[in-house]
Design a protein around this ligand. Structure first.
Ligand code: SAJ
Length: 446
C-alpha cells in the first residue's frame, strides 16, 4: 500500500511536533510554512525550535518542508496549525488562518480532509473557516453541502501542546475533536488514532470542540489571576503564599494549585481569553471575569518592579544599583518569548532608568551579558524573571556571597527566601518576603 500522505500547514510549536509524530508513525509528511528560513532548516534536518527532542526526531525522521501550498495536492489529510494571535488591541487576528486557507484552497481536491488545530473560539469554524474556503473553491464542503456527497471534509481538533513538558507530549496528550459529518469525523479520527497513544474524544460539534479549548485555557488564566491577587494581598499581610498553597494542596479534592508569578505569557493562556471575550461581546455577553483576570495577570510585571523599588529602599541601596534580570522566556526551559512577562518587566525597569543586565541561557541574542557571573558582578541586585532550571541551580549562597548580592527579587518564587534572608540577603518574592534579622525587619515572612 502506498504510504498515506499528510500535509501540515504551519511548522511551529504545534505543527512541527505533530508532523514528526506522523512521520514516526508511518505517514509521508509534507510540511508547509511561509517562513523560508524555517523550511530550509527543516530540510537540512535541523529544528528551528530550541528543543532537543525535536532535533533528534528530525534526524531520525527527516521531513520534506516547502513554502508551496500546492504540495497539499499530494496529501489526503491537511492539518492547519498556524498561529491565531491577537492584535495590540487584543482583538483576534485571523489573518494567518485565513491566509493559510486561501493559499491551500486552489489545490484542494475531492477526498481531502482538512483539520484545524489552531486555537479558535466558538464560532470561528462556522464564521471564518468555512466561508473562507467556500469563497475560494468550487468544491463541496461537508460543512455546507446538503445535496449529494461532499468533496472536502472539515474538522477541528484543538492543539494542546505544552512546550518543554517531557511527559505530556503530542503523542500522549488526550484530544477532543469536532466534525461536520460522520464521514468527516471518521476520517479525522482515523488519522489521529493512527499516530496518537492518547484517546481522542469526539464532541457533538465543531463548536463544542472550539469551546473545550477556550474553556481549558481561560480556566488556567483565571486560576493564575486568582493566586496572583491572593499574592498581592498576602504580601501586605506578611504571609508566605507558597506555604499556604502547599497547605491548601494537601486537600485531595476541590483544590487545584496554581502559582503566582511576575505575569502570564505564551501564545495560549495570555491570548485565548481575548478570543472568548470578543466572541461573547459579539453575542451580547460581557465577560467581566475573564477581563478582570487578564488585567490582574497583566499587572504582575509592574508589581514585580514595585518589589525591586521597595527592596532597594529598605536596604538603603542606590537606585543606580545594577539589576541582573535572569531569564527572558515566557516560561522555564524553553526559548519562546511570546508575550513574555520577563520582557514586559525589562521594559518597565528601563522606563524607570534602572541599570539592567539581561541574561537568559536560552536566548543569547537577547542577553546583554554572556554569563551569570557577568550579570551578578559588582554587587548587582537579582531579579529572577524566568525560572529556567539552568539558572536556578546556579543561584546558590556561595554565588551570592562571591558577588556581594545585596537583594533578590524572585519573580517565580523559585528560591529559598527564608534561608537567604537568614544569611543576610533581603528576599522579595511574589506574595512572600523574607528580610535579614534586625536592620530592615525579621528573617521570618515580613
Ligand atoms: N503560569 C503562572 N502560574 C501558574 C502556571 C503558569 O504564572 O500556575 C504562567 C507561566 O509562567 C507562563 C504562562 O502562565 O508565563 C503560561 O503557562 P503554561 O504552563 O500554561 O504554558 P503554555 O502556554 O506553554 O502551555 C499551555 C498549556 N500548559 C499546561 O497545560 C501546563 C496549556 O494551558 C495549553 O494546553 C497550551 O498552553 C496550549 O497550547 O493551549
Amino acid at each position: 500500500m502506498p504510504k498515506k500522505t499528510v500535509a501540515v500547514i504551519g511548522l511551529g510549536y504545534v505543527g512541527l511536533p505533530l508532523a514528526l509524530l506522523a512521520a514516526a508513525k508511518g505517514w509521508r509528511v509534507i510540511g508547509v510554512d511561509t517562513n523560508e528560513e524555517k523550511v530550509s532548516l527543516i530540510n537540512q534536518g535541523q529544528s528551528p525550535l530550541a528543543d532537543k527532542q525535536l532535533s533528534r526526531q528530525l534526524l531520525s525522521h527527516p521531513l520534506l518542508a516547502t513554502g508551496e501550498a500546492g504540495a497539499i495536492s499530494q496529501a489526503s489529510v491537511i492539518i492547519i496549525a498556524v498561529p491565531t494571535p491577537v492584535h495590540d488591541n487584543h482583538q483576534p487576528d485571523f489573518e494567518p488562518l485565513t491566509k493559510a486557507l486561501i493559499d491551500i484552497a486552489p489545490h484542494l481536491k475531492s477526498g481531502h480532509t482538512i483539520i484545524v488545530e489552531s486555537t479558535i473560539n466558538p464560532g470561528v469554524m462556522d464564521e471564518v473557516v468555512v466561508p473562507t474556503i467556500t469563497a475560494h473553491t468550487s468544491l463541496a464542503l461537508d460543512a455546507n453541502t446538503s445535496s449529494g456527497p461532499p468533496d472536502v471534509y472539515l474538522a477541528h481538533c484543538p492543539e494542546r501542546i505544552n512546550p518543554g513538558d517531557p511527559r505530556w507530549t503530542v503523542a500522549t496528550i488526550p484530544r477532543v475533536l469536532g466534525a461536520y459529518s460522520a464521514a468527516g469525523q471518521r476520517r479525522a479520527l482515523n488519522f489521529y488514532r493512527s499516530i496518537l497513544d492518547a484517546p481522542v474524544r469526539p464532541m457533538a460539534s465543531v463548536t463544542e470542540a472550539e469551546a473545550v479549548k477556550i474553556l481549558e485555557n481561560t480556566f488556567r488564566d483565571v486560576n493564575i489571576a486568582f493566586v496572583n491577587e491572593m499574592a498581592k494581598s498576602f504580601a501586605k499581610l506578611n504571609i508566605d503564599i507558597m506555604n499556604v498553597i502547599a497547605g491548601a494542596a494537601t486537600k485531595p479534592f476541590a483544590f487545584l494549585a496554581h502559582y503566582p508569578g511576575n505575569g502570564v505569557g505564551g501564545h495560549c493562556i495570555s491570548v485565548d481569553p481575548y478570543y472568548m471575550i470578543e466572541a461573547g461581546r459579539q453575542a451580547g455577553f460581557d465577560h467581566q471575569f475573564l477581563k478582570l483576570a487578564r488585567s490582574i495577570n497583566d499587572s504582575m510585571p509592574a508589581f514585580t518592579v514595585e518589589q525591586l523599588s521597595a527592596g532597594l529602599t529598605a536596604a538603603r541601596l542606590p537606585a543606580s544599583t545594577p539589576v541582573a534580570v535572569l531569564g527572558l522566556a515566557y516560561k522555564k526551559n524553553i526559548d519562546d518569548i511570546r508575550h513574555s512577562p520577563a520582557l514586559t518587566t525589562v521594559s518597565l525597569l528601563q522606563d524607570k532608568k534602572y541599570t539592567v543586565r539581561l541574561w537568559d541561557p536560552f536566548l543569547p541574542r537577547l542577553s546583554t551579558v554572556a554569563s551569570l557571573e557577568a550579570a551578578l558582578a559588582d554587587g548587582a541586585a537579582i531579579m529572577l524573571a524566568t525560572d529556567h532550571d539552568r539558572i536556578v541551580k546556579k543561584l546558590t549562597l556561595p554565588t551570592f556571597k562571591k558577588h556581594g548580592t545585596p537583594l533578590i527579587i524572585d519573580g517565580k518564587n523559585a528560591l529559598p527566601g527564608a534561608s537567604l534572608a537568614a544569611q543576610g540577603i533581603p528576599y522579595y518574592g511574589i506574595g512572600r518576603r523574607y528580610l535579614p534579622a534586625g536592620g530592615s525587619g525579621s528573617s521570618s515572612a515580613s
